[in-house]
Design a protein. Structure first.
Ligand code: ZN
Length: 243
């Protein structure tokens, strides 16, 4: 691991037990070099604790005890403005704007190692390992639909549902028609951690998109189908079991 110094963090330190969440990002920039420069430039006012190159090289930019500036205005479960309660990990990827590519094996291997360490050190719950889009759906779409949440969940990093593809296929593209179903879906999203209500329509649509980007990647349109519904219900049960 190589260290660079980013000055983009709060002046006061935080305690170990205030760290509850891991937030995964992509850099969305042309190159690794450009990303490091930006994350360490005092003018950019953004940073993260770690940056992982496509080859799996890990850079430490900000110490865990410092509040790095990566989440912005955000919400997850009972937590708001998550910089203070989270660790930010940036993955080098050009992102949707400059040519979104699959995350490489070596990069994901390093990410897995870092996450396992953090989970152990700070007792981070599975449901609190999230993507930037999960916590700020109005503004962010990273790490995006190519990020392999299902594989990470097999390593006990983040949540995933229990259903096999064959079963899910039956529910694919069946529209949700009743108000009851919609209300239940929102309740399930809230249980998982998503901060949305049915009353704020644009937030609801973008939150559904964030959910789909992560758990229902073939359909990213903001309109939940029955497959979304049963996945959300399964995940909400898991979240409730592990509050
Ligand atoms: Zn981000």
């Amino acid at each position: 691991m190589e260290s660079f110094y980013s000055p983009n963090f709060n002046s006061t330190k935080r305690s170990k037990n205030s760290i509850k969440i891991i937030i995964i990002h992509y850099t969305g920039m042309q190159s690794e070099r450009e990303s490091i420069i930006r994350l360490c430039n005092p003018k950019s006012k953004v940073s993260s604790h770690f940056l992982i190159s496509q080859n799996g090289k890990v850079y430490r930019l900000v110490q865990d005890s410092q509040i790095a500036w990566h989440a912005g205005k955000s919400c997850w479960g009972k937590y708001k403005n998550l910089n203070k309660s989270s660790i930010g990990i940036e993955l080098v990827n050009k992102g949707h704007q400059f040519g979104y590519t699959n995350f490489r094996k070596k990069q994901l291997l390093s990410l897995t190692k870092i996450c396992k360490n953090l989970i152990k050190k700070y007792k981070i719950k599975k449901k609190n390992i999230v993507g930037h889009s999960d916590i700020a759906p109005l503004r962010k779409i990273d790490p995006g639909e190519k990020f392999p949440w299902e594989n990470l969940a097999k390593e006990n990093i983040g949540i995933w549902h229990d259903y096999k593809l064959n079963l899910l296929k039956k529910f694919r593209k069946i529209k949700i028609s009743t108000k009851q179903e919609r209300t239940k879906f929102v309740r399930n999203l809230n249980d998982i951690g998503y901060c949305c209500s049915i009353k704020k329509k644009s937030l609801f649509i973008k939150t559904v998109k964030a959910f789909q980007r992560r758990f229902r990647r073939e359909l990213i349109n903001g309109l939940p189908d029955k497959e979304c519904l049963i996945i959300a219900e399964n995940l909400s049960k898991k979240a409730i079991k592990n509050p």
